[in-house]
Design a binder for this molecule. Structure first.
Ligand code: ADP
Length: 487
């Protein structure tokens, strides 16, 4: 009877051991494996017949042998080691994390005869825990408030930054409705957000205002995304709120700065307008008197001083006229007086006149004999040509030919001025038609005001034409402008 009971118990125990999810192994003190259940096969990859009789070292990484020796010593002393986390090795060499419970096996007389080991593979569990704690650490170290809520708006998580930003502790916030941080005037936003979330849409960088526990209004940028359960069903929303007070402040400062800059620019334009206007009359009078003096002193040896003074006054007068033109452009008052004229003839006359101003350059007019009729403001076109030729002469200190050409194509007349001068670096080409822009480097040694090309470009623009340049530093430049032709 007793014997039957014992064998029944043994069979029951064996069944339990075999059906256990944990590896259950027994071994002798010398490490020889004496039993190996089904879970041990699954976890470590060795079948029972492969493992039994082998040394337990087959599943222990070499570096952990000393640890194993220590454990055996403790168990020999009668100690039970529970839930000890360590690393073991599978048959294929993979390392796994296991939780071990190790107990002595005693015979009927209480003598310790071996060791039983229960091992649970906790690799997945540990990995999941590691990921979870890593995510928790990221969320807690974020400067953005990260909040989750149900589809009914009930707060379910609240990170450290949310506590700082909205002044509610985690325990104060969780379980409350999200409306605790929404200003009364913006409550309607929440319904729109939730509706989007229900439809599976994400809300990105929505700039709005939220309110803290103490009533402080906070400018935030909100990103709200749906939270789905394992089956893909939307069960809530995660909110990331970024404090954009600094950004809003910076934007405010930028706008103020732009306004101030605009005001200063307006003052400057006004100043140029007034100064050039006020300068024009006295300079015109000085010029007229000098011309009179030049005439009266025609036979006087000192007339040379009058010439020199007159030349400088002419330069001053040109500069004042340019400044007046800039003002006119700024205030939209540069008017054209157009008439039909022969542009080819005008170009020939200008070339002849400009040739008088330079000894070192030869200005070649290639304009063909074909008549080029234009309906334009001839005075203003002359001004553009004089500017282009003055520049071609000025920026060709080593002389060389300057070629003026004009062709008619596709209803336009294209005029070009080519020099062999210092050229323009690629990085400056886009800017040279801007107001007051002057090229630095090689060009800096030439005096100028940086307004000639700006005025020329405006004049051509008003004619419905285009102005451009092809140039390379050190290799000369070709300036082009086009204006509509008439047949
Ligand atoms: P300014 O000659 O009075 O400086 P411009 O508006 O006429 O002003 O020209 C703007 C700039 O473009 C000049 O400062 C010069 O650097 C460059 N530039 C203009 N024409 C030439 C040219 N033919 N060759 C080289 N650089 C030129």
């Amino acid at each position: 009877m007793n014997e039957t009971k014992t064998s029944e118990d043994a069979a029951r125990l064996l069944a339990i051991v075999q059906s256990s999810q944990d590896a259950i192994i027994s071994k002798k003190f010398d490490g020889t494996i004496t039993s190996w259940n089904a879970a041990a096969e699954k976890i470590f990859g060795y079948t029972a017949s492969e493992a039994i009789g082998q040394n337990i070292a087959i599943i222990i990484p070499e570096e952990l042998y000393p640890e194993e020796r220590e454990i055996i010593a403790k168990v020999k002393g009668g100690e039970v080691i529970a839930h000890y986390e360590t690393i073991r090795k599978r048959k294929n060499g993979d390392k796994i994390i296991i939780a071990l419970t190790i107990s002595p096996i005693k015979d009927a007389g209480g003598k310790i005869t071996g060791i039983s080991k229960i091992a649970r593979d906790i690799s997945d569990e540990t990995e999941a825990k590691r990921k979870e704690s890593m995510l928790a650490a990221i969320i807690d170290s974020s400067d953005d408030a990260i909040i989750s809520k149900t589809l009914n708006g009930i707060i379910t998580s609240w990170n450290v930054a949310a506590q700082k930003m909205f002044e509610y502790t985690e325990s104060e916030a969780i379980g409350k409705h999200i409306s605790i941080i929404i200003p009364p005037g913006r409550i309607a936003e929440e319904a729109v957000i939730i509706e989007n979330i229900r439809q599976g849409n994400k809300i990105d960088h929505f700039e709005t205002v939220r309110v803290s526990k103490n009533g402080k209004e906070i400018n935030i940028s909100l990103t709200v995304s749906p939270i789905k359960d394992k089956n893909g069903k939307i069960i809530g929303a995660s909110k990331v709120a970024r404090d954009i007070a600094e950004k809003a402040e910076a934007e405010k400062q930028r706008q103020l700065f732009t306004q101030k800059l605009q005001a200063l620019n307006d003052y400057k334009d006004e100043f140029i307008a007034i100064a050039s206007h006020e300068l024009k009359t006295p300079v015109t009078v000085v010029k007229a008197n000098l011309q009179m003096l030049e005439y009266k002193m025609a036979n006087d040896a000192n007339v040379e001083f009058v010439y020199k003074t007159l030349a400088q006054v002419n330069k001053l007068s040109e500069l004042i006229n340019s400044m007046l033109d800039v003002s006119k452009i700024q205030f939209g008052k540069l008017h054209l007086y157009t008439a039909v004229f022969e542009l080819d003839t005008l170009l020939k006359v200008i070339v002849e006149n400009m040739q008088q101003t330079t000894l070192g350059h030869e200005i070649i007019c290639k304009v063909c004999d074909e008549t080029l009729l234009a309906n334009a403001d001839s005075k203003r076109i002359e001004q553009v040509m004089v500017n282009l030729l003055t520049n071609a002469i000025k920026y060709s200190p080593n002389h060389g030919d300057i070629i003026v050409d004009a062709i008619k194509t596709d209803g336009n007349i294209i005029v070009s001025v080519k020099d062999n001068g210092i050229g323009i670096p690629a990085g400056d080409i886009d800017n040279i038609f801007s107001r007051f822009y002057r090229v630095s480097g090689a060009a800096a040694g030439f005096s100028g005001s940086g307004i000639g090309l700006y005025i020329s470009a405006e004049i051509i623009k008003q004619h419905g034409g285009k102005i451009w340049v092809e140039s390379e530093a050190g290799k000369g430049s070709v300036f082009y402008f086009s204006i509509p032709a008439i047949d």
